[in-house]
Each structure stands twice: as structure tokens, then as C-alpha cells.
Design a protein around this ligand. Sequence first.
Ligand SMILES: [Fe+2]
Ligand SMILES: [Fe+2]
Length: 149
Amino acid sequence: MNTVEWSDTLLLDFEPMDGVHREFVDLLALAQNAPDATLPQAWAAVVDHTVEHFGREDDWMRKTRFSAAENHIIQHRVVLNVLREGLAMARAGQMDAVREMAGELAVWFTKHTQSLDAALALHMRRHADGIGKAPSRHAKSAHASPSSH
Ligand SMILES: [Fe+2]
Ligand SMILES: [Fe+2]
């Protein structure tokens, strides 16, 4: 089974994303190591966390008008739908199918983090004002202003 372990290759140098991704890795590992009896709860925790995780990224992309948002948001939606199907399977006792899905999710997560999320992290480091901080250009234009004489 494919598993995911936290490593520096997943770091995006944007703490709001890195923190959420660390939690995701932990929750997915818990689900992959869960016995059948607790797999449904463990999978539900992965789904709930992923709703928040993807929702936050989607929100940033919309608020900062990220040019590559559409494809990234669609990918989130597709994966979340699959994970919800997994929850229904776990509750129906189809544990093998859920474990297979968990392995596929681990592979997908690494790829997604290193491609679409990496691009978003780069964008967010440049547009931190889009998530609530004052735009840095204000400070720059004030400094460059010829108003002192
Ligand atoms: Fe992410
Ligand atoms: Fe993402």
C-alpha cells in the first residue's frame, strides 16, 4: 500500500499551507493504520479535514484572483467527491476498497502538493495581502513619494 510520510519535499515555504498539509499527512496515516472497526471514523476525519483544506485554498485563489484557479478548484472538487464515496463504502463495510483509495490518495497528494499547490504557494507568498494583510505596495509608494519637499 502506498503511504505518505511528511518530508521536506512536501514543504512549500508558505506556513498556512504547510501546516494544513502536515495535518493531512497525519490523518491519512491514522486512517491507513486504523483497524476495520475504526476505519469509518478515521476516514470521516480525513474527509472533514479535506473539506477545510480545499475550502481554504479555493478561497485564497478566488480572493487573490489566481490565474490557474479553475483547474485547481475542479481537481479539489473531484477528489473530495471520491473521498465522500469512500466514506459511504467504509460505512457499508467495503474496507478493502477504502484502503485502496487511501493508497491512491497518498500518491495523488504528493503530486498535487508538488505541482498545483506549489504554484499556489508561490502566488500566495507574493499576494499575502489577498488574505487580509495590508498591501505592501502602500508602504513602497509612500516611501517613494516626493512629498518631503
Ligand atoms: Fe493543499
Ligand atoms: Fe490544492
